[in-house]
Design a protein around this ligand. Structure first.
Ligand code: COD
Length: 306
């Protein structure tokens, strides 16, 4: 079981098959540092799409040996995303990474009906955090793709997060459907949605070994002490594996608070497509980008098995 983000590397080093990553708009130092490290660790092979002149200049500066790396010269950002996605849909690459371009540009290409990576499933963003003062990895979803999901979409977002959690080898997953309080209040739509999701799980709709709690506030989901003080009893209380947020703003805010104020390390990908999409914030460190590349490689390996 993967308990720390560094364990992902060990898991990948054991596998002989190296997935090929296509990087859209790769002309960025933090992106190239992460790709360089992943190539050096021998966990992936890379195809870089972007401004070739800049890619070569940056690579020289950071001592990235490009002799084994394919470069596709493209300066237009939309075309960078299109070409990177097409490499995956034509099976010349296994998964795709967002480089120095806006999230919505790459997501629109991923969703393209003709050459994109859609499936019948909803696509959603999953972040994994290693927080110094939390006792296990924490999955946060969806703070990156679905803006204001309804209940059927939240159900699919949970299903994608369960797949992401299972790929880490976690057997029983505890899901906290976040809201501002624990009692259902018809005037607070998020509490009603969370209650519906909990009921779905009680009917077995999320499968075996899944516990869904909600509505539940953030403090009770992650702190046993808060549960004791408030007299709150639930198997998920203080021990959540997955935080389902009600909307993109909440997810984005919690994620950034964990990174900037709690020194969390993280990895982020989009689940639900034909292959994982490595989606990190431009401001993320190359370490976080490296974890995301590695996590994407694990998901890619698992989806090729199925
Ligand atoms: N999964 C599967 N299909 C989808 C999804 C999804 N999550 N979202 C849209 N689609 C399909 C729709 O069914 C439709 O067929 C087509 O894609 C277009 O749908 P629209 O018009 O709703 O989608 P777009 O192209 O306007 O927007 C989709 C985005 C993902 C780009 C949009 O939702 C978005 O910008 N999300 C926020 C991304 C972001 O900025 N994140 C960073 C900040 S946190």
């Amino acid at each position: 079981m993967i308990k720390k983000l560094d364990d992902i590397f060990l898991n990948l080093k054991e596998s002989k098959q190296k997935p090929i990553l296509s990087v859209a708009a790769a002309h960025d130092e933090e992106v190239l540092l992460a790709v360089k490290d992943a190539c050096k660790m021998n966990i992936i092979k890379a195809i870089l799409i972007g401004d070739e002149k800049k890619i070569r200049e940056i690579s020289k500066k950071i001592n990235f040996d490009l002799s084994e790396v394919e470069i596709i010269n493209e300066v237009d950002l939309k075309l960078c995303a299109e070409k990177a996605v097409k490499l995956v849909s034509s099976k010349k690459a296994d998964y795709v990474m967002k480089g120095l371009l806006d999230t919505s540009i790459i997501l629109k290409e991923v969703l393209n009906k003709e050459y994109g990576l859609r499936t019948d499933s909803l696509l959603s963003h999953v972040m994994i955090y290693e927080v110094p003062n939390y006792h296990k990895l924490l999955i946060l979803t969806d703070g990156g793709m679905n803006i204001d999901p309804d209940v059927p979409q939240k159900k699919k977002i949970i299903e994608n997060a369960i797949k992401a959690g299972k790929s880490l080898g976690i057997d029983t997953l505890k899901v906290a459907c976040l809201a501002a309080k624990e009692k259902v209040n018809p005037k607070m739509k998020r509490t009603v949605d969370a209650d519906e999701l909990k009921n779905m799980n009680q009917q077995g709709m999320f499968g075996k070994n899944i516990i869904v709690e909600g509505p539940i506030a953030f403090d009770l989901a992650i702190s046993k002490q808060a549960c004791r003080i408030k007299g709150y009893e639930s198997e998920v209380g203080g021990d959540a594996d997955i935080l389902l947020v009600p909307n993109i703003e909440t997810g984005n805010g919690i994620g950034k608070a964990l990174t900037y104020m709690a020194n969390a390390k993280s990895a982020g990908i989009i689940m639900g497509a034909k292959s994982p999409i490595v989606l990190v914030s431009r401001a993320d460190t190359h370490e976080s980008k490296l974890y995301s590349i590695a996590y994407g490689a694990i998901i890619s390996k698992n989806s090729n098995k199925n």
